[in-house]
Design a protein around this ligand. Structure first.
Ligand SMILES: [Zn+2]
Length: 123
């Protein structure tokens, strides 16, 4: 039991670094590895294009090329997606406190996974 818990913690610690490599540099969505095995930096052609336009638009401004610039609306939407995920996490905590059954907890956790996946994207 103790070792199972340890391995879960290890997974949590190493997870963000692994994950970071698989996120689109423009939109933050997960990148599906191509069959050739070549590591892609963008999830789709339009993201590659937007990133190229972004690099051109910050040239000579002193703003780093790799900076992530969100509009106020995009930042608000991102905050909203994370807030929804937090609410779903709180729902699970409440359900556990109230002794909810496995089926309900499963349903709530599926919702949480869906919402956190949505929250991963930047735009
Ligand atoms: Zn993308």
């Amino acid at each position: 039991m103790g070792s199972a818990r340890e391995s879960a913690c290890d997974a949590l610690v190493s997870w963000p670094m692994t994950r970071r490599l698989l996120a689109c540099l423009w939109c933050g969505r997960e990148i599906v590895e191509s069959e050739s095995g070549r590591r892609r930096r963008y999830c789709r052609q339009s993201c590659r294009q937007r990133a190229y336009e972004h690099r051109n638009s910050v040239k000579g401004t002193g703003i780093p090329e790799d900076s992530v610039i969100l509009s106020a609306q995009e930042a608000a939407d991102l905050a909203d997606r994370w807030f929804a995920a937090r609410c779903a996490a709180e729902d699970i905590a409440t359900a556990i406190e109230e002794g909810a059954g496995t089926d309900e907890l499963h349903e709530l956790s599926v919702t949480l996974m869906k919402l956190t996946r949505e929250a991963e994207r930047l735009r």
